[in-house]
Design a protein around this ligand. Structure first.
Ligand SMILES: [Zn+2]
Ligand SMILES: [Zn+2]
Length: 383
């Protein structure tokens, strides 16, 4: 894996925004975070590979996949995607040995993170479909204190690196499960009907904004090459020939993106998620009297919320309240019921519904809210 360079662009692309049932306008959950040229995938529902091929995201650039939980609508697409990106198609007859049976599993090209069961699911899926891979992968599991020490009894797949970690919690969260010089990932358990994770991707502090007018007269006066501006830009201090010391601007906080799995209460993520530049929160069900024709006479905001919570999910209002609680600068809703079509960019009726869902969240959040649709991309800008 090449050393990561500082990235100028951070962009999120929604590949699937459906909850339990996919529809003709929404695929199962997946979203791609593009960090410069690298792609990190969050969840990989059924047919994510197809969605990638129809999107602007380059499948060959995927280097990490983070699974929020092992419900099928978030993981059914993982094994076929691995086969797709790691040369898993085809095979040979018995007489001719397949070179993929003997690959070097060290230095895995693809890292997968997820809760207990992620590793076993991938092993079983590859094993029983007789899938060989041309490049190695590794699975790191984020373990809860009560998870069994040995996740499963299946042997390593031939393409699986034995370096997969079982990551224990520290103070009830998983800090820095991945970290390099310019970005880190942490996670916390969020409440759903099964063990589920929320992820926080945090860019390291970035160089401050430089005001050339503050420095150039000093540099000219002391005949200092203007090229030192690049060092000042990085926050360095410089002593000029006459003893004057110039200090570069202090570094600014990097961008923070919070991506939740399904949840009715993500409170455990609050310490990690504060001041996020972007929060992606599910909003599976909403009460839309007069707008959603399927609304029953005895439905109320309270009864819909109670039913949504009982199934482990959130309403738009719950998402808005959480976004406000963490001080998120932007809120995008996803994981919608099949009742809410995702073609609101071309269909007025769908737009009315999605605008109403966004408005319910916005009322609690106090600012505008975006409802995701498949293939929507959002730039996450530096502050
Ligand atoms: Zn789901
Ligand atoms: Zn779920």
């Amino acid at each position: 894996m090449a050393a990561r360079a500082a990235f100028s662009d951070v962009q999120l692309t929604f590949l699937g925004t459906a909850s339990a049932q996919p529809s003709s306008t929404r695929n199962h959950s997946s979203l791609a975070l593009r960090l410069g040229p690298d792609v990190w995938l969050f969840d990989c529902g059924e047919a994510t590979q197809h969605q990638l091929q129809k999107s602007i995201v380059k499948m060959g650039k995927i280097e990490k996949i983070f699974i929020t939980h092992t419900h099928g609508d978030h993981i059914f697409g993982l094994v076929p995607l691995l086969a797709g990106i790691l040369n898993g198609a085809g095979g040979t007859t018995e007489e001719e040995e397949d070179p993929r049976a003997h690959i070097d599993v060290h230095n895995p090209v693809l890292e997968i993170y997820g809760p207990l069961g992620t590793r076993a699911y991938v092993r079983a899926g590859l094993k029983y479909t007789h899938t060989l891979l041309g490049s190695p992968y590794v699975v790191h599991e984020l373990r809860l204190p009560w998870d069994p020490k040995h996740g499963d009894n299946l042997p390593l797949h031939r393409a699986e690196s034995p370096s997969g970690r079982n990551i224990s919690q520290v103070d009830s969260v998983w800090p820095n499960i991945y970290q390099d010089k310019i970005v880190s990932v942490s996670a916390a358990p969020i409440l759903h009907s099964v063990p589920c994770l929320g992820y926080v991707v945090h860019e390291a502090p970035i160089p401050g904004k430089i005001d050339p007018a503050k420095y150039i007269p000093e540099l000219k006066r002391t005949n200092t090459p203007i090229s030192v501006m690049s060092r000042l830009q990085q926050g360095e201090s410089l002593e000029l020939s006459d003893g004057t010391v110039l200090h570069g601007p202090p570094r600014r906080p990097g961008r923070k993106v919070v991506i939740l799995g399904d949840t009715y209460d993500p409170s455990a993520l609050v310490p990690l998620a504060r001041d996020a530049d972007l929060l992606v929160h599910e909003a599976t069900n909403a009460h839309l009297p007069g707008i959603d024709e399927a609304t029953k006479d005895d439905d109320t905001f309270e009864s819909i919320e109670a039913r949504t919570k009982a199934r482990g999910h959130s309403t738009p209002q719950m998402a808005g309240i959480f976004a406000k609680r963490i001080g998120a600068k932007q809120l995008i809703l996803n994981h919608f019921s099949a009742r809410y079509p995702g073609n609101d960019d071309v269909d007025d009726k769908a737009k009315t519904v999605m605008d109403a869902i966004g408005a319910l969240a916005a009322k609690e959040y106090g600012a505008q809210v975006t409802c995701a649709r498949d293939f929507m991309s959002v730039d996450i800008l530096k502050q």
